[in-house]
Design a protein around this ligand. Structure first.
Ligand code: HEC
Ligand code: HEC
Length: 217
């Protein structure tokens, strides 16, 4: 259990000095979401009319995401700690206040019910174990030790990951394994992802995607 305590301690000290962002205006965010940043596509073109995302294209659900988390991630795309040309191109003309407004708007949208799981019972059972109990033999704490009870998220630092598309969850874990996502200030997720096998990634992504999420503000 020492490792768990240590990881959580590292997590909290790393984030104590998290910056305070401007709070957003959801009404203006809705207008900006429909207009886009002038590069051509409104958010809905990829994230769906209600922010529900598109599983087949690994476009994440952004409805109900914690506003501080969504803002921090959009800044990470602008600054290059997350790299995705299509996403960055469509937000790079927004300033921080506009991004805060967008984040505030999507945080208010209801989270759709999760899609029916297509994974096998065995996969879902393995995924549930990783998500809620961990795999201590491989130094893996449960996802919920950072992502909160039932992985619903804690705040702008530790996001909800339940009810996100499996394709996107899998892709993000692989990006961390490859060292391509550096938005996590103290690289907690890189350490976690590098200890997961491909089978464990499939399983935990399938399980989390099958779990309902609640909207955060
Ligand atoms: C052309 C497609 C496209 C458009 C348009 C687009 N996005 Fe994205 N967005 C993506 C993709 C793809 C990702 C995931 C990229 C990755 O991590 O590689 C993403 C990721 C995000 C994330 C991070 C989600 C998370 O869980 O970490 C947020 C927040 C977001 N987009 C908000 C927006 C907003 C707000 C708009 C409109 C102003 C927008 N996006 C427009 C494709 C798009
Ligand atoms: C030690 C703490 C910790 C543990 C344990 C942990 N995470 Fe995370 N996770 C984080 C942090 C911090 C972030 C935010 C990263 C950032 O700011 O980009 C995150 C983000 C994520 C994201 C990106 C979400 C998004 O919408 O962008 C995914 C996916 C994820 N974690 C999956 C998992 C899975 C699956 C597990 C369990 C196998 C897990 N995490 C365990 C700390 C943790």
């Amino acid at each position: 259990m020492k490792i768990k305590v240590l990881l959580v301690a590292i997590a909290w000290t790393g984030f104590m000095q998290a910056s305070v962002y401007a709070s957003g205006d959801p009404a203006n965010g809705q207008t900006l979401a429909m207009q886009g940043d002038g590069s051509g596509a409104p958010c809905a073109a990829c994230h769906g009319p209600q922010g529900e995302g598109m599983a087949a294209a690994t476009f994440p659900r952004i409805a109900g995401l914690d506003a501080d988390y969504a803002l921090r991630q959009m800044i990470a795309f602008q600054q290059g700690q997350r790299v995705n040309a299509a996403m960055t191109m469509n937000i790079d003309n927004f300033d921080e206040q506009q991004l805060a407004d967008l984040a505030a708007y999507f945080a208010t949208l209801p989270v759709p019910a999760p899609a029916a799981a297509t994974a096998s019972e065995e996969q879902l059972a393995l995924g549930k174990k990783l998500a809620l109990e961990g795999d201590w033999d491989n130094y893996l704490p449960p996802c919920s030790s950072c992502h909160g009870p039932n992985n619903q998220g804690v705040d702008g630092t530790f996001p909800g990951i339940a009810g996100q598309h499996a394709s996107y969850l899998k892709q993000q874990l692989e990006l961390w394994q490859q060292g391509q996502r550096t938005s996590d200030p103290v690289q907690l997720m890189e350490a976690i992802a590098k200890r997961l096998s491909p089978e464990q990634i499939e399983a935990v992504a399938a399980y989390l995607a099958s779990q309902p999420a609640v909207a955060k503000q």
